[in-house]
Structures are given as structure tokens and as C-alpha cells.
Design a protein around this ligand. Structure first.
Ligand code: XIL
Length: 352
């Protein structure tokens, strides 16, 4: 071997060893184009919390590598943005939006009207129906206008139905009657006519009664030309998910022509009360199979109706489902150290 050839061979060996060392030190490190967002034929999102976004490099790296859509896990809710009648607090949400804009991530807004997230001042508000209507309108329109042009879609109303298909007896229903629901959409549309507007709920995907009631209500809105563009299935689910029911509900939404967002997906491995715990390996395998089924079924939705699938967090430690009892749920695609789990691989290769 000639002298320059020897040098270049040695250099190549040194560089290769170095690259291997980097990869071994940080196994999360993968080629740039292997992220889920490049693999699946629809947007893939994650619910994002502001603290780890600012403080955790691995969290940020996975977000940028894998996802092309985000939902603010809490920062755009009523309590966070509008903590008292006269104060709007934009700082966390704005930081999130700035990050998303910089990294070209779609931002799905969540949620303009969610009865479980009314601040104390709203619950204590005194006024006639005109004053209540103004409160509702002002909140929706101030928030949507603030993020106009950056947040391209909104969960306008979240969780308005009971499991038996009736409307929840929320403060909004009590003060304004059932038509407040449609007006939430009208107000959001007035503030940003380009934004896609969603109704979001849980459990309807395997509860015939709730699904039927929501579809009937959506059909009414469509007939009245109320600006509604899609439906979100939260899908906080488990190893016991009834897949045939999910399939049926997805097909029912497809028939409406609306967009379908699997908006808060996570699959808990927690055993049912009284049932024995699964081994870690068994639960990880079963979880991967469920994730694969969900992603595969979603690919049967016509492409024009696929708004995307959003995971409700990145690593297991970030999951809100662990709140009471750390570790028992492990519902996400990445583990506590942000390493991809079997579920990640299953999603990556779903539909192949
Ligand atoms: C949850 C967040 O993940 C938690 O951090 C917060 O404490 C409560 O709300 N359905 C929804 C989401 O629509 O907004 C909820 O998010 C989870 C259930």
C-alpha cells in the first residue's frame, strides 16, 4: 500500500471507530431520515410539556427527530392561559410555539372549551346569559387570535358528552343551553377562518351509545354549515382495547367525511385490578402488538381524512397516566431513558 493510501485507510478506521463510539454511547442516535414522521403517510405528533422541552436534551432530540406535529399538553388550556378574568398568560405557550415554528412542527391547539379545566374564577363567575356568552366568546377569540397563523388547528370543545350519550351537565350547558357547543366553533372560526376545528372526546371509539350521540350531533352541525372539520379520538387505552369496536367507530367517522385525529394515544400495560402482573417482557410485546394494530387500522382511513396520530407524551416518565402510581402504566413509545421500546419498532414498521 502506498503511503497516502495507508494514511487515508487509517483515517477511515479512526473515523469509523469514533462514529461507533458515539452510536454506542447514545443508542437513540439514528440516521436523520429514520424518524416516524418520514415513515408513515400522515403527521405524527406528541403532547409536549414546557419543562422537559426547555431542560432535557434527549426529549428535545426525539421530538425533532421523530415527530412533525405537537399538541401543548397543558399550556394552551383555559387555566394556563386565562388564570383570572383580566389576565392572559402567554409565556409557556409562546415558548412552545416558537420552538415548533423554528423546527417546522405543526401545532395543534388544545383545548378552547374543556369543562374539566375551568379556572376557579369561571366557576365563581356571576352574570346573566349575555355575560356568560361574552365570557365564552372572549376567551375563545382572544386565544385563537393570539395564535393565528401559527396554530393551524384547535380542539374547540373537549369532552362534552357523557358515556350514555347525553350532554355533560357542565357550567356552560347550565348557563347557555346546548347550542353553546356550535357557537364555540363559530367563534373560533371568526377569529381564524383558516384553522381546522375539532371536537375531541374519549371512549366513543368503543362505546356505541356515545359514538352514536356524537355522530348525530356532528351530522346536525354539518347540515347547518357550522365550521367543524374533524373529530378527535383521545385513545388513552390499554392492552384490553376492543379492536373490532375501534375499527367500527373509525369507519363510522370515515363516512362523515370529517378528518380523524387519534389525538392523545397511549397504551397502558397496567393489569386489571385483581389480575396478576405481566412480566416486563410480556407486557412490552403485547403493547407493541396493540400499537401496531392501531397504526395499521388508521392507515385504512382515506389519506385526505387522516389528520394524524398524536402520542400523549414522549418517554414513559412524562406520561400523565403514571401520576398516581409511577411506572405501572409505561404507556408510551420510549422508556424512562428515552430508549425506543418494542412499541416504537412496531409503529415504525406498521402497515409494511
Ligand atoms: C392531562 C395532562 O396530560 C396532565 O398533565 C394534566 O394534569 C391533566 O390533563 N384528556 C385530555 C387531556 O383531553 O387534556 C388530558 O391531559 C388527559 C385527558
Amino acid at each position: 500500500m502506498k503511503y497516502p493510501a495507508l494514511i487515508s485507510t487509517l483515517l477511515w478506521i479512526i473515523l469509523s471507530l469514533d462514529a461507533m463510539a458515539i452510536t454506542n454511547k447514545n443508542p437513540v442516535c439514528m440516521a436523520a431520515d429514520t424518524g416516524l414522521k418520514y415513515r408513515l403517510g400522515f403527521p405524527v405528533g406528541a403532547a409536549i410539556k414546557i419543562r422537559p422541552l426547555l431542560n432535557n436534551n434527549r426529549y428535545r432530540a426525539i421530538l425533532i427527530r421523530e415527530f412533525n406535529s405537537i399538541t401543548a399538553e397543558n399550556a394552551m388550556k383555559f387555566k394556563a392561559l386565562h388564570p383570572s378574568a383580566t389576565i392572559f398568560n402567554w409565556s409557556d405557550a409562546d415558548q412552545l410555539v416558537d420552538f415548533a415554528v423554528k423546527h417546522q412542527l405543526r401545532i395543534h391547539g388544545h383545548a378552547l372549551n374543556w369543562p374539566k379545566n375551568n379556572p376557579k374564577w369561571v366557576m365563581e363567575f356571576q352574570g346573566d346569559s349575555v355575560a356568560w356568552e361574552q365570557l365564552l366568546q372572549k376567551h375563545i377569540q382572544t386565544v385563537v387570535s393570539h395564535f393565528k397563523g401559527k396554530v393551524s388547528s384547535w380542539d374547540v370543545v373537549n369532552e362534552a358528552f357523557n358515556d350514555n350519550g347525553t350532554l355533560r351537565k357542565t357550567i356552560w350547558l347550565q348557563k347557555l343551553g346546548p347550542d353553546y357547543l356550535a357557537r364555540c366553533f363559530v367563534y373560533a372560526h371568526e377569529a381564524d377562518p383558516a384553522a381546522l376545528l375539532f371536537y375531541n372526546d374519549y371512549g366513543q371509539e368503543y362505546n356505541g351509545k356515545k359514538m352514536k350521540a356524537i355522530l348525530k350531533w356532528l351530522g346536525g352541525l354539518q347540515r347547518e354549515h357550522i365550521p367543524i372539520h374533524g373529530l378527535g379520538f383521545q385513545l388513552h387505552t390499554s392492552l384490553r382495547i376492543p379492536i373490532p369496536e375501534l375499527q367500527k367507530s373509525i369507519q363510522a367517522v370515515v363516512r362523515t367525511g370529517l378528518l380523524l385525529h387519534l389525538s392523545e394515544l397511549d397504551v397502558s400495560v397496567r393489569s386489571k385490578k385483581g389480575e396478576p402482573l405481566l412480566t416486563a417482557a410480556a407486557s412490552a410485546t403485547q403493547q407493541a402488538a396493540i400499537y401496531r394494530q392501531i397504526f395499521t387500522i388508521y392507515q385504512t382511513v382515506p389519506a385526505r381524512q387522516r389528520f394524524g396520530i398524536t402520542l400523549w407524551g414522549i418517554g414513559d416518565q412524562d406520561s400523565y397516566r403514571n401520576a398516581k402510581d409511577a411506572d405501572a402504566d409505561a404507556p408510551l413509545l420510549f422508556d424512562h431513558n428515552y430508549q425506543p421500546k418494542p412499541a416504537y419498532k412496531a409503529v415504525q414498521t406498521s402497515g409494511q
